[in-house]
Design a protein around this ligand. Structure first.
Ligand SMILES: Nc1nc2c(ncn2[C@@H]2O[C@H](COP(=O)(O)OP(=O)(O)O)[C@@H](O)[C@H]2O)c(=O)[nH]1
Ligand SMILES: [Mg+2]
Length: 482
């Protein structure tokens, strides 16, 4: 029976003869099905003003049902909350859709669980929802840098006449971080013509100035989705979709592009952004960023997060010596990875730029926390400094009040901490990097030190975003680890 199922491993067989029927046996067989299919993954962070219709769009995409204009579709997102939350920040709602080999959309309309969607998919799109409110800056900042998104999806409502400063700020962030951007103008059913025209006009000119390196394309059919997806991912085009969740309009165009969107080499985009000459050297070494830590009875310690570089395989063929850290003293400890789940499916390996859960066995009893990394031990030998409490970043200033000796809350990956600005020097010239990323104003180089003095794992090219109580203060990349 096990052989007839695909790629099944028998873990144990427990058998006994029945007392009353001596010639018959019962057996309990523990099997696991290992993943052999390679799935591509696209992580999308959904940004936009409060009430723009973000959660509703996700509700419609993940359940294939229309909205009633009074919040029905977004409730769907909460229906699978227990699933949605496992392995991710609970305050950020996550939606998932998949595409099978034929490109058919797989969601909760035709699947029972996220596991089933993943299992049947060849391409998986996970959405991180955010809240446009200023008091939720923390979750928004985490969604921008924490989950290492491949695409920002900016949602605007069609029934307002102007775009907000928050929307402009999100455009700027996408430009600075060199993240592919798609725009969804929703609530088309409620749009009033002159208002809508004014809003679109503002949007277009904001795109021209803030995201100037990319052209714009209003998507009206599914025919060019292939090239559109490619151009979006290579930062050449910003596709603009017009949708109505109430009338279920515009979603097929949106899913057609998502189905085709594959991230281009992550480090190549970042490398140009931050002038990071190390990108090539590091390409094949394994590097995993921990976002959450769990303890599971039968398995032990499990960490979830994403593979930044390299590939990990379970078993003796891996040949990696892996370490986990930095610990409280800034050091690393040996660790074994005993099993892997990629997109919640038991797997032999996990590749660069995919989400994964690793069961780990540190060789010493150590406190594992999010923000730590599991890396190839060779990383630590190649001389580049990667652990520090102080760093230099090249940033775009979002808050003009930003001054030296201010403290800001710095988000790096899925963690955030208070850091003091030791030094800030504003730049006036536009270099090539700026133009490549389509951004040309108020750049600065800033030197930061974590207030608690505790070291973090850092590298040139790492995206950072900072906030104070009320607003985002800057966004950029680590330039140098001091
Ligand atoms: N008429 C209309 N209402 C919509 C549409 N999309 C969302 N809404 C409504 O707008 C309100 C805010 O939507 P929500 O998704 O919560 O916005 P969010 O804050 O951006 O997540 C809800 O009452 C939705 O029902 C749409 O396409 N048409
Ligand atoms: Mg919402």
């Amino acid at each position: 029976m096990a052989r007839q199922l695909d790629n099944v491993h028998i873990l144990s067989i427990d058998q006994r003869r029945l007392d009353d029927q001596k010639d018959q046996m019962v057996a309990e067989v523990h099997i696991t099905q290992r993943n052999i299919v390679r799935r591509t993954e696209l992580r999308v962070t959904v940004l936009g003003d409060h009430g723009a219709g973000k959660s509703t769009i996700l509700g419609c995409l993940t359940y294939g049902e229309a909205d009633d204009g009074r919040g029905k579709a977004r409730l769907n997102l909460l229906r699978h909350r227990h699933e949605v939350e496992s392995g991710r920040t609970s305050s950020i709602t996550l939606g998932t859709i998949g595409f099978d080999t034929e490109g058919l959309v797989l969601n909760y309309a035709n699947n029972r669980s996220a596991e089933q969607i993943f299992q049947r998919s060849r391409h998986v799109v996970t959405f991180v929802d955010t809240c446009g409110y200023a008091k939720h800056l923390k979750t928004t900042a985490s969604a921008i840098v924490g989950h290492s998104p491949h695409v920002f999806c900016l949602v605007l409502a069609a029934d307002v006449a102007a775009i907000t400063t928050t929307t402009r700020e999100y455009l700027r962030i996408a430009a600075v971080l060199c993240v592919p951007l798609m725009i969804v103008v929703t609530k088309m059913d409620a749009a009033i013509k002159p208002q809508f025209a004014a809003m679109m006009h503002e949007l277009m000119s904001a795109l021209d100035t803030v995201v100037s390196g990319r052209s714009k394309c209003i998507v009206t059919s599914e025919t060019d989705s292939d090239s559109l997806a490619k151009d979006m991912m290579s930062l050449a085009v910003v596709p603009i979709f017009t949708t109505s969740a109430v009338r279920s309009v515009g979603f097929s165009e949106l899913t057609a592009v998502l189905a085709k969107s594959r991230h281009s080499h992550p480090s190549s985009l970042m490398a140009t952004a931050a002038n990071n000459g190390n990108a090539k050297v590091r390409k094949n070494l394994f590097e995993f960023h921990i976002e959450h830590v769990f303890s599971i009875d039968t398995v032990g310690k499990v960490v979830t997060g994403w593979v930044k570089a390299g590939t990990i395989e379970v078993g003796p063929k891996s040949g990696h010596r892996l370490v986990i850290g930095p610990n409280a003293l800034g050091g690393f400890d040996d660790v074994d990875v005993t099993s892997i789940h990629a997109l919640r499916i038991p797997s032999e390996s996990a590749q660069a730029d995919s989400s994964a859960a690793l069961a780990i066995q540190p060789q010493k009893a150590i406190a594992v926390r999010k923000g730590m990394v599991v890396v190839d031990a060779n990383y630590l030998d190649n001389g580049t400094k990667r652990v520090s409490s102080e760093f230099v970043a090249r940033i775009a200033v979002l808050d003009p009040e930003l001054k030296a000796m201010n403290s800001v809350i710095v988000h790096i990956r899925s963690t955030y901490r208070l850091a003091r600005i030791l030094d800030i020097s504003n730049e006036t010239t536009d270099d090539e990097n700026n133009q490549q990323c389509g951004e040309s104003s108020s750049w600065a180089t800033i030197r930061l030190k974590f207030d608690d003095g505790v070291c973090d794992y850092l590298y040139a090219g790492m995206p950072v975003i900072a906030r104070d109580g009320q607003r985002l203060t800057f966004v950029g990349h680590v330039a140098d680890v001091v």
